[in-house]
Design a protein around this ligand. Structure first.
Ligand SMILES: [Zn+2]
Length: 255
C-alpha cells in the first residue's frame, strides 16, 4: 500500500507504555476533584494525564496506522453522506499489554477489538507480529485489513446493526465492510499495490476461527466459531470488495 506522504488521522490515541493504574498522581487527583467541584468532567484531566506521553509516535508503524485510519475516515464520511447520514469518526487506541476501555479491562490476548460503549478501536501493535509470524499473514495490507475490520464494527454500531455479543453474521459483515473500504480507498487514492488484496484475503483467512484454533490448539472445533471460517471470511471480504454500495453487505455472505 502506498501510504508515505499521505494524510494522517488525528484520531489515534497512543497509550503504549502507559501504566493502566496509578498514572494519576496526588496533584492530579486534587486537580480532578477541584475540576469536578467546578462542574467539569474530571475524566478530561484523567484522560489527558494518560494520553499525553506517547512512545515514539512517529515511527513508520504508527504513521502507517494513522494513514489507514484517515483512509477509513475518507471512505466512510463519503459513503455515509451518500445515504444522507453523518459518520462519527472513531478513535483508535494503541496500547501495550493491558488497556482500560468502557468495555472493561482488556489484555492483548483478546486481539484487536472494538468497544461500542466508547466507540473506540483498541489495538496492541504487537498483534501484527503474531499476524505476520504465527498466523502467516504478512504485508502492510494485512494490517490495514485488521483496522478496516474493526472500523467495520464501528460502521455497524453507527447504523444500529451491532447487536449485543458477537455472532458469525456480524463478523462476516465487518469483513464485507472492510472489503468495501479496500475497493473504495483504491478508487479514491489509487493507493493499493499489486498483492495488497491478496494480503488482505490471506489475513482474513488467517484470522478465521478455524485457523486461529488450529494455531492455538492444533485442532478445530466448528461449534465454537464466532468469527466464521477462513473460507467464509475471504468470501465476505471479496463480496465487499466487489460491491458498488456498502449496503450490499447487508446480506449474509455465507448464506
Ligand atoms: Zn470482529
Amino acid at each position: 500500500m502506498q501510504w508515505r506522504g499521505r494524510r494522517e488521522s488525528g484520531n489515534v490515541v497512543d497509550r503504549r507504555g502507559m501504566k493502566t493504574m496509578g498514572t494519576l498522581g496526588g496533584g492530579g487527583i486534587i486537580l480532578a476533584i477541584l475540576y469536578a467541584l467546578l462542574g467539569g468532567d474530571p475524566s478530561a484531566i484523567v484522560d489527558s494525564g494518560r494520553e499525553t506521553t506517547p512512545v515514539n509516535t512517529n515511527d513508520d508503524q504508527t504513521r502507517f496506522l494513522r494513514v489507514v485510519l484517515a483512509d477509513t475516515e475518507d471512505v466512510w464520511n463519503r459513503a455515509f453522506q451518500a445515504v444522507g447520514r453523518t459518520y462519527q469518526e472513531p478513535k483508535l487506541v494503541l496500547f501495550s499489554g493491558r488497556v482500560q476501555s468502557a468495555c472493561g479491562m482488556a489484555s492483548s490476548a483478546v486481539g484487536p477489538f472494538y468497544c461500542p460503549g466508547d466507540q473506540r478501536l483498541y489495538l496492541d501493535t504487537d498483534f501484527f507480529q503474531q499476524l505476520a509470524g504465527k498466523l502467516g499473514a504478512q504485508g502492510d495490507f494485512a494490517q490495514a485489513y485488521v483496522i478496516a475490520h474493526e472500523v467495520g464494527h464501528h460502521v455497524q454500531q453507527q447504523l444500529g446493526l451491532l447487536r449485543q455479543g458477537s455472532s458469525v453474521a456480524t463478523e462476516l459483515q465487518a469483513d464485507c465492510l472492510a472489503g468495501y473500504w479496500a475497493r473504495s480507498t483504491q478508487s479514491m487514492n489509487q493507493s493499493l499495490e499489486p498483492g495488497d488484496v491478496e494480503e488482505a484475503m490471506n489475513a482474513a483467512s488467517s484470522v478465521g476461527d478455524d485457523a486461529l484454533q488450529q494455531a492455538s490448539q492444533g485442532y478445530v472445533v466448528p461449534d465454537s466459531f464466532t468469527h466464521g471460517s477462513s473460507k467464509q471470511r475471504m468470501a465476505a471480504f471479496r463480496q465487499g470488495f466487489e460491491a458498488e454500495d456498502f449496503r450490499n453487505c447487508d446480506t449474509n455472505p455465507a448464506g
